[in-house]
Design a protein around this ligand. Structure first.
Ligand code: NDP
Ligand code: GDP
Length: 335
């Protein structure tokens, strides 16, 4: 007699990581359910077309009753809580919404698992973030932030995520629930939203190459990020939930690069050595408080989970520019 497939519920199914993990879980034979918000979500049709195997369940992270209903429909072995207001700049403009969705939304998910009697049977992955560290000088270890580093978030997003992180740990400690937090450094790719700097750049580079625009407007160019590839990172999320015990893990590359370095590599892909004439600074894209540098130390995930990444920094830039050139050539919309 064959075993019934595992079931997973993914919040944030329309986002970058939601799409990558839907694909991964399907390959592994899971029954995949995705929480989708809004009465007419503009991304619904695209998700249905690309991932016909996903069962979409309507619900919002701010609505506990909807989340309990989603648990009852999906009856998940694993919940991947990826839904969030995830953009730092947007969180400064919408701090209350960010607290409700990115912070309290985590509590709502954990309570929905508990209230529907699944505290002992359902494992939860919480999408924590390197933005919780804040990148300040005194708080920056040479080898990079690890699971024991201090937190000092610098945005409403980072603060809300820190609440999510601690309430997740609290449910692990208080109720013995299997809740693992992945403290993930920036991860990008062909599915990254165009509001984030990497994809904004690769999209513009493709359009500049094809004569569809002549420059790109950006904020500060000196901040440094530890940028990896999203496909590698969702594999790490899944590995965390297959581990014997619930725990916290940093996923990062151990390298940090400035936006200027990203620009250099991206423009080189279209044969332009000097990107400066094509970039204008616009204060609208600067933040009230900046995270200067993020560098992570993934040693624990590599040793304990056997996590490894396949795409390096030049490879990431290359694949994103190639994808955006293809998309622009096909006349697909830029936004
Ligand atoms: P995205 O911004 O691409 O996706 C966010 C998802 O959250 C979307 O599916 C969005 O749905 C959903 N969402 C937003 N508000 C609500 C709500 N009220 N109820 C239900 N769903 C909602 O993020 P990523 O895929 O890049 O990231 C996944 C998670 O990992 C996020 O929690 C993010 O903060 C975290 N993270 C990401 C990192 C990265 O570099 N990508 C780094 C570290 C952590 P809709 O389409 O309807 O807007
Ligand atoms: P974050 O690290 O989660 O904030 O990811 P982002 O991709 O949004 O931003 C990375 C860095 O790029 C931050 O230091 C931003 O201030 C900087 N940046 C500079 N110009 C821009 C821009 O036009 N858009 C975005 N999103 N970020 C920018």
């Amino acid at each position: 007699m064959s075993e019934s497939p595992k079931s997973a519920l993914v919040t944030g199914i329309t986002g970058q990581d939601g799409c990558h993990i839907a694909e991964l879980l399907h390959e592994k034979g899971y029954e995949v359910h995705g929480l989708i918000r809004g009465q007419n979500n503009p991304r619904k049709a695209a998700v249905e077309a690309e991932f016909p195997f996903v069962n979409l369940i309507e619900g919002d992270l701010t609505d506990p009753a909807a989340l309990m209903r989603a648990m009852d429909i999906a009856n998940p072995d694993e919940v991947y809580n990826l839904g969030a207001i995830s953009h730092v700049g947007y969180s400064f403009k919408n701090p209350t919404l960010t607290a409700d969705v990115t912070g309290k939304g985590v509590l709502n998910v954990l309570e929905a698992v508990r209230a529907t009697g699944r505290a002992e049977s359902t494992k939860v992955y919480q999408a924590s973030t390197s933005e919780m560290f804040g990148g300040l000088d005194y708080n920056r270890p040479g080898a990079g932030y690890n699971e024991d580093s201090l937190f000092h978030p610098r945005s409403p997003y980072g603060v809300a995520k820190l609440y999510g992180h601690w309430i997740a740990k609290n449910y692990r400690e208080s109720y013995g629930m299997f809740v693992s937090c992945g403290i993930l450094f920036n991860h990008e790719g062909e599915r990254r939203g165009k509001e984030f700097v990497t994809r904004k750049i690769t999209d513009a580079v493709a359009r500049i190459h094809l004569g569809l625009q002549d420059h790109i407007e950006l904020g500060d160019l000196w901040p440094k990020r530890d940028w990896g590839y999203a496909g590698d990172y969702v594999r790490g999320m899944w590995q965390m939930l297959q581990h014997d015990t619930a725990d916290d893990f940093v996923l990062a590359t151990g390298e940090t690069h400035s936006i200027e370095e990203f620009l250099q590599l991206a423009f080189a892909e279209i044969g332009i050595d000097d990107w400066r004439p094509y970039v204008k600074q616009n204060p609208a894209f600067m933040r009230p408080a900046e995270v200067d540098i993020l560098l992570g130390d993934p040693t624990k995930a590599e040793k304990v989970l056997g996590w490894e990444r396949k795409v390096d920094f030049p490879g990431l830039v290359k694949l994103m520019v190639a994808h955006d050139l293809e998309q622009q050539r096909a006349g697909l919309p830029s936004a």
